[in-house]
Ligand binder design. Structure first.
Ligand code: DAH
Length: 353
């Protein structure tokens, strides 16, 4: 029958177009054209009135069957295309995680902290204890008990940051209070002598402060390690032997050391120790100001007056003391040309150590 053949043709033609639709938009065009309000298949339903009565049932059945088949095919294809489009979107947005990951940068200890550990270890190996001191001290511990009473000329060797007492009624030193940022770790000696049983073999590393302008060889804030030995029968020979051993432990057996007479208020006799310059090997260069030597520490036999002020009988006990500048030791060991690099936090420099 012509009408059912026509419907069969429309049906198979539509199923083919559905199968060929490549995206959801073109699939929808097929739907509108065939089963939309004025679609080709819909128009058969609309025109059923024109079909001869005896054929109506059969044609109606065929139209409905065709409509059902088209709807099923549209649904199946829609599911397929939606899945493919989702897939494509996922592919397009995908992040390639097949590359090796970037390693996190590890931090490292600051050179100064490493030097402090290294120095502590050397002294621990000699049987010394390691003590912490106070960065904020009183004038008594930083100066007076170290044999530098008020107006003693040695005080001007170290320009001091005083802590202002805002209450205004503290004992006044230079118009300020007697509380200060320590200029040297030597105050730790006084605390040790006051607080401890004898004998004493100790070092005390830490930060110190001075009113200095930063330049290649000075910093307004730096570190020292203080040492103190008080025992019976301690001589300058013990001091010299100990410090020569320590300098070799720090700098290696090739660096030479020399002792130069010097003055410190709390030691008598006093000396400064130099090591040979590693930059020029002792020939003389800018680093060592053309002397071939670099000063690294001050030392001496503890002045009897200092022992007495802290309650120790100098007739029974004697001792020696020393103080290293840690930035200086680090600079000399690793040839750092400018101490300010140790304060600046530039990772390109710091990561080398
Ligand atoms: N406190 C001195 C300074 O800052 C260094 C020093 C010298 C410490 C001699 C000592 C010492 O204990 O005996 O320059």
């Amino acid at each position: 029958m012509a009408l059912t053949d026509e419907l069969e043709g429309l049906r198979s033609d539509t199923l083919e177009r559905v199968a060929r639709a490549e995206d959801l938009a073109s699939l929808d065009e097929v739907r509108v054209a065939v089963i939309g309000k004025s679609g080709t298949l819909t128009s058969y339903l609309r025109n059923m009135g024109n079909v001869a009565k005896e054929e109506r049932a059969e044609v109606g059945k065929a139209v409905n069957a065709a409509r059902q088949a088209v709807e099923d095919a549209l649904e199946t294809r829609r599911t397929e295309l939606a899945a493919a489009e989702l897939d494509a979107r996922i592919q397009a947005g995908a992040v390639d995680i097949t590359l090796p990951g970037r390693a996190q940068q590890m931090g490292s200890r600051h050179l100064i902290n490493r030097m402090i550990d290294e120095l502590n270890d050397i002294f621990l190996g000699l049987g010394y204890t390691v003590e912490s001191g106070f960065e904020v001290e009183t004038d008594y511990y930083n100066f007076t008990a170290l044999n530098a009473p008020a107006d003693h000329p040695s005080r001007s060797m170290q320009d001091t940051f005083y802590v202002k007492d805002l209450s205004g009624d503290a004992a006044s030193v230079r118009g300020e209070s007697d509380v200060l940022l320590r200029t040297q770790t030597s105050g730790a000696q006084v605390h040790a002598m006051e607080d401890w049983e004898l004998p004493i073999y100790m070092v005390s590393p830490g930060k110190v402060y001075r009113r200095d302008v930063a330049d290649p060889s000075h910093l307004p804030q730096f570190h020292q390690i203080e040492g103190l030995v008080v025992d019976k029968g301690i001589t300058f020979g013990d001091l010299k032997g100990t410090l020569e051993y320590v300098c070799r432990a720090i700098f290696g057996p090739d660096r030479r050391t020399r002792f130069r007479a010097h003055y410190f208020p709390f030691t008598e006799p006093s000396a400064e120790v130099d090591v040979s310059c590693a930059v020029c090997g002792g020939e003389g260069c800018r680093m060592c100001k053309h002397t071939g030597w670099l000063e690294i520490l001050g030392c001496g036999m503890v002045d009897p007056n200092v022992l007495r002020m802290s309650g120790i009988d100098p007739e029974v006990y004697s001792g020696f003391a020393f103080g290293f500048g840690i930035e200086r030791v680090a600079a000399l060991k690793y040839n750092v040309p400018d101490l300010r690099m140790l304060l600046e936090g530039d990772m390109r420099f710091l990561r080398q150590f």
